[in-house]
Design a protein around this ligand. Structure first.
Ligand code: DC
Length: 218
């Protein structure tokens, strides 16, 4: 039996991949995996327990014990709704720092692959097309200029009531891009068979339409 089909959408921080992946999933009636949320959940746990971000064994344990519940765009950890907390900038930075550890990444693999359920899955992250779902039928690598991404993130954070200057965000994004792209294990990198899409000058609707067109061609 064929496993359910997967569309992967990988790209740097704030490239819009979450929004696009959710809309594509909704349009197709497929499941959605926000893999970054899993790294953020481990990061939140690490911050709360005072775990050293260089302690790979302890972080891998936290990841292996992770039992999140996703429903209606919210995520619960041990019965507590942490959807807003995991979006904090300090949690994002911690997620990027701990994501360098191969054993932690390994511990999250089965959890991620468990989202592959009929009728299909749209998964967003950094290594969805290269490591987690290498047999995906459509792989998209979504980018946008760092300035555009800083503006988008700034707007997003303001809407959520968080503060922060664009200059700080820009610096943070550049540091995170560098860390995510240069790590030894599963770095942010397009799969060889990925379709590239620069969303800097495109609307969300345009990007969703392009992904659905590619899907229709496949
Ligand atoms: O997509 P995001 O900003 O929510 O992800 C937060 C961090 O998690 C990101 O900076 C790196 C890490 N991450 C990863 O290493 N691999 C993924 N598939 C998704 C996220």
């Amino acid at each position: 039996m064929q496993p359910p089909p997967v569309i992967t959408i990988d790209g740097p921080t704030a490239s819009g991949k979450g929004t696009i992946a959710q809309r594509v999933a909704a349009a197709l009636g497929w499941h959605y995996l926000d893999s970054g949320a899993l790294y953020r959940l481990v990061a939140l746990r690490a911050l709360e327990t005072g775990t050293d971000p260089s302690d790979e064994a302890a972080l891998a344990r936290l990841a292996a014990e992770l039992c999140p519940r996703f429903s209606d765009g919210r995520v619960e950890l041990d019965g507590r709704d942490v959807s807003d907390e995991i979006r904090r900038e300090d949690v994002g930075v911690m997620a990027s720092r701990i994501a360098v550890h191969p054993r932690l990444r390994e511990a999250l693999l089965a959890l991620q692959r468990g989202f592959r359920q009929p009728p299909g899955l749209v998964a967003d992250g950094r290594d969805m097309g290269t490591v987690v779902f290498p047999d995906a039928r459509l792989k998209v690598f979504l980018t946008a200029s760092v300035e555009e991404r800083a503006e988008r993130r700034h707007k997003q954070l303001r809407e959520k009531g968080f503060s922060g200057s664009i200059a700080d965000l820009l610096q943070d994004l550049q540091a995170r891009d560098a860390r995510d792209s240069n790590r030894a294990t599963a770095p942010l990198r397009p799969a060889e068979d990925a379709r590239h899409l620069d969303s800097s000058d495109l609307s969300i609707e345009d990007v969703v339409a392009q992904v659905l067109r590619w899907h229709g061609e496949g």
